[in-house]
Design a protein. Structure first.
Length: 661
């Protein structure tokens, strides 16, 4: 069919950011900007005008921001998100006949051509006056009469090209043939903790007196310890009753002793399930009190949600169709060959009874929301259906947009990224196994310089109860310092499993294993928090640096700088206005002194090549004066394996003396 009724001449394509053709939203946190670019063009030489349209999802009308031309038909505009929840954005563009006429008039030289152009302009103003409200009709008609009058050509041309007329006409564009982008795109806006947070994980049962099961009240008593280290998220593994059938023993032994406490991830017993609390930890009221007391310390509580059951969980008895049966009639326990988890039954998500199962899982999250929990760490979400997560996260964040979901999915990259697109606010990463300079550069470049950064927020953990890397096993105290600095400065979100981390726990269950010997997953540990070799003060210093320097509170400004030694890695982060600029140099070798030349990209750091600049090491409080792009660095792992510099430029004052800021 011949498109005779379609008068749209503008093409809009190449819109960024746009995830999977608009299937999934991008992510932002409160106060951040959404910068939108697109290719916008029309046939011929006519001028094009376009606007970025945006609104909160529940609002009926659009706000607009004019888009500015970059080059090669590329346009850009931005808007700021000021409320949690969802926003929508799209682009509308049209041929601007007035601007096209004005551009051509500006090129005219022959007086006859100018006169004809002015007559055409007068006609354009008359047409505009006929479209707009009565209050502006008189002014526009007056300008039209003047352009077509016998007054001096120069005077009429000056009015035609004047800013007053251009402004008025820009207020009343002719959008009757405008093109609107075929999709409305979405932004999910989270609380600021989704962008910047410092997590501390602990097992409450290990925080009591020697030879006693710890309680919530014991953890409450140690909140000042966690606060002093500067953490703002306290993450607890599952706090529910632990199953007794097939309960694991110490060091993951298949047969437990009568006094073994079992794994918190084997959820459920005759005492209750996912909405119950292990009686040895305390009461529900004790938990609520801990949540409130933590919040008074500036700490938000995060709770582990593991969608699995011990064999004696009430769900197994009351909902047998929620679990897969083997040919002999027994329930299929969890397996990840060669690993076997006889103390855990996974849900059978392909059951015909899916609807009540999904509703019950949602109710678990809502129950803990009612107890004051706003952050959920979800165990192994990659082993559950994607539609489940898209539905649950969407349902919960619709009514509770402040809730944060952390995905614990150490799995294939495409699966991890899919979970992020489905709605998870943050994700665990491969950071723990990226040790060399090139591995770190390649991985962080992927996370911060590609489309991934629009929807995937990394949360770096140097250790977890499941992960004791070879680097930490053999690198000594300095290895823990190196990985802490890397985690806390490369990523705005990071966490540690303590007190194992600050006490440099490094003994594996057996050679070649990443499991801890005497793992807290299977037994109660008693930690001496006051050990003289503890890294707690170093951890506290790093978190204070993170809080006091906004450059470290986001990821997208990360830039790597060359070094001539593969054991030295150098990178920077900065605020948009460059008022806060952090430069980090780390010795990746935990055993030896390493030295070399660092080459800064002065243009990116907005440094003048002929002026010195001061570096204040926020770890040691030392100060250095550097000149030019290349400077020498030596880092001794036995002393301090890293520099975290606050860079201060030399400024020339009005009184002709220099000072640093």
């Amino acid at each position: 069919m011949i498109p005779t009724k379609d008068r749209r001449r503008v093409v809009i394509e190449g819109v960024e950011p746009e995830i999977d053709g608009g299937r999934f939203p991008i992510k932002r946190t409160l106060g951040e900007r959404v910068i939108v670019e697109a290719d916008v063009f029309a046939d011929g030489h006519d001028a094009v005008a376009c606007v970025l349209q945006y609104r909160k999802e529940q609002d009926p009308g659009w706000h607009e921001a004019p888009m500015r031309s970059l080059s090669n038909d590329r346009w850009r505009a931005e808007f700021q998100v000021t409320a949690m929840g969802r926003y929508r954005y799209t682009i509308t563009a049209w041929v601007d006949h007035f601007l096209s006429w004005r551009n051509e008039l500006n090129k005219r030289v022959d007086p006859k051509d100018i006169e004809i152009a002015l007559q055409m302009g007068a006609q354009l103003l008359q047409e505009t006056a006929a479209r707009v409200g009565r209050s502006n009709t008189a002014w526009l008609k007056k300008q039209a009469q003047f352009l077509s009058s016998d007054d001096a050509l120069a005077a009429r041309t000056q009015v035609a090209l004047g800013e007053a007329l251009a402004y008025k006409m820009a207020c009343y564009p002719d959008r009757r043939s405008a093109t609107t982008y075929e999709r409305e795109l979405a932004v999910v806006v989270d609380d600021e903790r989704a962008r910047f947070s410092s997590w501390y994980e602990l097992f409450p049962r290990s925080w009591g007196a020697v030879d006693r099961h710890g309680t919530f009240k014991d953890v409450e008593a140690e909140l000042p310890y966690i606060t002093a280290m500067g953490f703002d998220v306290l993450y607890l593994p599952p706090i529910h009753p632990i199953g007794r059938i097939n309960r694991k023993g110490k060091n993951n032994s298949l047969v437990g002793e009568p006094d073994d406490v079992g794994s918190p991830w084997a959820i459920g017993s005759h005492e209750g399930g996912h909405k119950s609390i292990h009686t040895d930890l305390g009461t529900l009221e004790d938990f609520r009190r801990l949540v409130a007391k933590a919040r008074n310390h500036g700490i938000e509580m995060a709770l582990d949600i593991a969608l699995q059951c011990a064999p004696d969980h009430p769900y197994v008895r009351d909902h047998p169709t929620w679990f897969r049966r083997r040919p002999d009639g027994t329930v299929q326990y969890a397996e990840n060959p060669p690993k076997k988890y006889q103390d855990i039954y996974p849900f059978h998500f392909e059951t015909e009874d899916r609807r009540p199962l999904y509703e019950e899982i949602k109710s678990v999250f809502l129950f803990w929301l009612e107890q004051g929990v706003r952050i959920f760490r979800v165990d192994n979400p990659h082993t559950k259906p994607c539609p489940l997560w898209e539905w649950i996260i969407g349902e919960i964040k619709r009514d509770h947009p402040q809730v944060i979901f952390l995905s614990e999915a150490f799995t294939r990259p495409k699966v991890m990224y899919r979970l992020a697109r489905l709605g998870f606010s943050q994700s665990y990463t491969y950071f723990a196994w990226r040790n060399t300079k090139q591995e770190l550069i390649d991985y962080l470049t992927e996370l911060t310089r590609t489309e991934v950064r629009e929807y995937f927020r990394p949360n770096f953990w140097p250790n977890t109860p499941d992960i004791l890397t070879e680097y930490l096993q053999f690198g000594g105290r300095s290895a823990f310092q190196v990985r802490l600095v890397l985690a806390g400065t490369l990523a705005a979100n990071y966490g540690i499993y303590g007190p194992a981390f600050e006490l440099c726990e490094h003994t594996p269950r057996e050679p070649g294993s990443e499991e801890y010997l005497s793992s807290e997953k299977y037994e109660i540990r008693n930690w001496d928090l006051n050990r003289t070799d503890s890294l707690k003060d170093f951890v506290g210093r790093l978190n204070r640096i993170r809080r006091e320097n906004p450059a470290l509170q986001s990821d997208c400004s990360l830039r790597f700088h060359p070094t001539d030694n593969e054991q030295l890695i150098c990178y920077s982060k900065a605020t948009e206005d460059m008022s806060n600029l952090i430069l980090v140099v780390v010795n990746l070798d935990p055993w030896h002194l390493q030295s070399g030349w660092v080459e800064l990209l002065l243009d990116e750091l907005r440094l003048e090549p002929d002026r010195p600049y001061q570096l204040h090491d926020l770890l040691s409080d030392a100060r250095y004066l550097w000149h030019g792009p290349k400077n020498y660095v030596a880092l001794d792992s036995d002393v301090l394996p890293a520099h975290i510099f606050r860079l201060r430029r030399r400024i020339r004052s009005e009184r002709d003396f220099d000072y640093f800021m």
